[in-house]
Ligand binder design. Structure first.
Ligand code: 7RM
Length: 392
């Protein structure tokens, strides 16, 4: 055993993900080298929190075992110098910059005058991780930070996988905005239904991995049963072969590119229609007034579930009932009447983990007027919940 990293999971009961020495080290080493085309002359910067798997694999183990020149920075942009990240890139001549969509949306909110005032010409490659990247964030990242010349390496992976599973090899695999492209060499990923049958191109299903890989987790610490149940028995073995269940909904297009839709448990069922929360969030964020959005389902007698959207506004916009109506209309325009949010709640901030993942479980509790249940120890800012309660 190399380390145990706890992830809270959807039920709120933490699981200790166990990684091994040889397999994990090999995998974080080789995936960093391949997907970021790492060279001896590169200055590489991953902005992740070191306590997240991304910090483990791509700040600590991967860069060190590669002998990379790696920039480490603890902290976040502060009001006193919101452009400090861009200062750092300029000062140290960073070539590879790896961050998360939630950070990119925060950069957008702070304004593009900040990066524009710095020299970012050293950058040659940009990476993203943590959630599906919405088109607004992708375009901004590409245009403003990458100055329309740096490829964006979208890396799909999990605490459980140890390292990148689906990601482009820059230069060899053309990218498509919003897709992590294709599985890395040696990774047999697919999209299947609940019986384990492969679904056809462009149909939604469950993301699985059909063959072991070096970086895979070895067990749930102290609970091998939970390991088996969660990852290996969710979908029954196919011809005697077990499939690794990632817990993400996704589809493959005609070119074999993977489009990850988000966690399976984040799906909302409105009158029999399955809607991805990500889809609705992305529609909201495409409105000029919205900086960030989190969408959850709330039990509804008529429709099964009703859509509740928590929305953070861009600084120059004011919350109003008029704007709520505008946003509802905007979602209908973008997706259709079925996706119209029943309620929109404005909020200064959203409950997130230190890795920037929105804790929808807590928002679901809030939206349906329940007590917050389960583990909240990974919450980055504990005051957010109180503010939300007051507002809701
Ligand atoms: C690395 C990390 C894992 C979950 C995973 C997905 C989501 C991560 C992407 C993504 C779409 C991506 N580990 N996710 N990366 N979804 N595109 N590039 O995030 O254990 O904290 O989370 O994150 O749902 O299952 S994690």
């Amino acid at each position: 055993m190399l380390f145990i990293l706890y992830t809270s999971g959807t039920t709120g009961k933490p699981k200790g993900v166990v990684h091994s020495t040889g397999g994990y080290n090999l995998y974080s080493h080789i995936t960093l080298k391949w997907a970021f085309d790492l060279k001896d002359t590169d200055v590489y910067w991953c902005t992740a929190d070191i306590g997240w798997i991304t910090g483990h694999s791509y700040i600590v183990y991967g860069p060190l075992s590669n002998g990379a020149t790696s920039l480490m920075y603890e902290g976040a942009p502060r009001p006193t110098n919101p452009g400090c990240l861009w200062d750092i890139i300029e000062k140290y001549g960073v070539n590879i910059f790896y961050t998360a969509p939630t950070a990119i949306r925060a950069f957008i909110k702070m304004g593009e005058h900040l990066p524009k005032a710095r020299n970012l010409s050293s950058l040659r490659l940009l990476g993203t991780v943590g959630e599906p990247i919405n088109p607004e964030a992708w375009m901004w990242y590409y245009r403003v930070i990458g100055q329309s010349r740096c490829p964006i390496v979208d890396t799909w992976w999990q605490t459980e996988t140890g390292g990148f599973m689906i990601a482009p090899l820059p230069g060899a695999i053309p990218t498509k905005p919003g897709s992590a492209t294709r599985p890395l060499p040696g990774i047999l990923a697919d999209i299947v239904d609940l019986e384990g049958n492969a679904v056809e191109a462009n149909n939604g299903g469950y993301l699985v991995v059909k063959y072991p890989w070096p970086g895979m987790m070895r067990t749930v610490y102290g609970n091998p049963d939970r390991f088996r149940r969660t990852y290996w028995e969710h979908i029954p073995p196919k011809d005697g072969k077990y499939l690794y269940f990632a817990g993400d909904g996704a589809r493959k297009d005609d070119d074999g590119y993977f489009w990850v839709m988000g966690r399976v448990d984040d799906v909302i069922n409105v009158a029999g229609h399955r809607l991805g929360t990500m889809e609705i969030e992305s529609a909201l964020v495409s409105h000029e007034s919205v900086a960030e959005a989190a969408v959850v389902g709330r039990p509804d007698q008529l429709k099964g579930e009703d859509i509740v959207a928590f929305v953070t506004l861009e600084d120059k916009y004011e919350a109003s009932d008029e704007l709520k109506e505008q946003l509802k209309r905007h979602v209908v325009q973008e997706i259709g009447a079925i996706a119209r949010p029943g309620e929109i709640l404005f909020s200064e901030s959203l409950p997130k983990t230190r890795s920037g993942k929105i804790m929808r479980r807590l928002l679901r509790n809030l939206a349906s007027g329940q007590e917050i249940a389960g583990d909240t120890s990974t919450l980055e800012d504990r005051t957010v919940l109180d503010k939300l309660r007051e507002g809701a």
